[in-house]
Design a protein around this ligand. Structure first.
Ligand SMILES: [Zn+2]
Length: 214
């Protein structure tokens, strides 16, 4: 895994937001700005969607990103490609090593399939995204816009047989991923509340989002 550190200092950030586990982050990052997702306590999962702020029909596409970079994992150097084939963002620093874009987000439905019927009522990332778009109607997003996502910091290795497994996290307190926006992008993060997945050690914790001007 490749580790690439950033030269940006937290003191020079123009915005800093701590996002508790189970909460969402929804902001527009302008072209040329850089933002960092900081894993404050370690082994957290930040389930993230990106939209072109000027045309929400354009959004992050896992399949286009995987095909264009020829790799299922995301790390420094990865360009995040939209469904229109454009580069939306580039990962410019990464001290975790790799990030998942295959595992998808937790939902009340998947919680019952993966864990237990009684887990249905537990909070899930899909619910956080739905709350975010309901509380920000002016963006024009609806549930059809909730598509495949990136799970920053989440460890979902592909086995030799081609299977997917959720494993113990590879992140730690203070690790981060940093992205440079190539267009104005709406960043929608669900800071995962999941209590049943070993990726976060069964202990969801806050992340911090920092933004720097060009
Ligand atoms: Zn989740």
């Amino acid at each position: 895994m490749m580790i690439t550190e950033s030269n940006l200092q937290a003191e020079s950030a123009i915005a800093r937001d701590v996002v508790p586990a189970g909460d969402y982050y929804l902001k527009t990052v302008k072209a040329g700005q850089t933002f960092r997702i900081l894993d404050l306590e370690g082994n957290q999962a930040a389930d993230t969607l990106f939209y072109n702020a000027n045309d929400i029909a354009e959004r992050y596409s896992a399949m286009d990103t995987i095909r264009e970079q020829g790799n299922v994992y995301l790390t420094a150097g990865t360009q995040l490609i939209s469904n229109f084939g454009h580069t939306m963002l580039t990962i410019v620093a990464d001290t975790c090593g790799r990030h998942d874009t295959l595992g998808g987000a937790c939902a009340s439905e998947s919680n019952t399939v993966r864990y237990d019927l009684e887990k249905r009522c537990m909070h899930a990332c899909r619910d956080s995204w739905m709350l975010a778009i309901a509380e920000n109607e002016t963006l024009g997003l609806n549930k059809r816009d909730i598509t495949h996502n990136i799970n920053f910091f989440m460890n979902v290795p592909v086995t030799a047989e081609g299977g997917l497994t959720f494993e113990d996290g590879i992140s730690a307190a203070g690790k981060y991923v940093e992205l440079l926006a190539a267009m104005d992008v709406i960043v929608l993060i669900s800071n995962c509340p999941q209590l049943n997945n070993p990726c976060n050690g069964y202990n969801p914790t806050p992340v911090e989002v920092l933004v720097w001007d060009a």
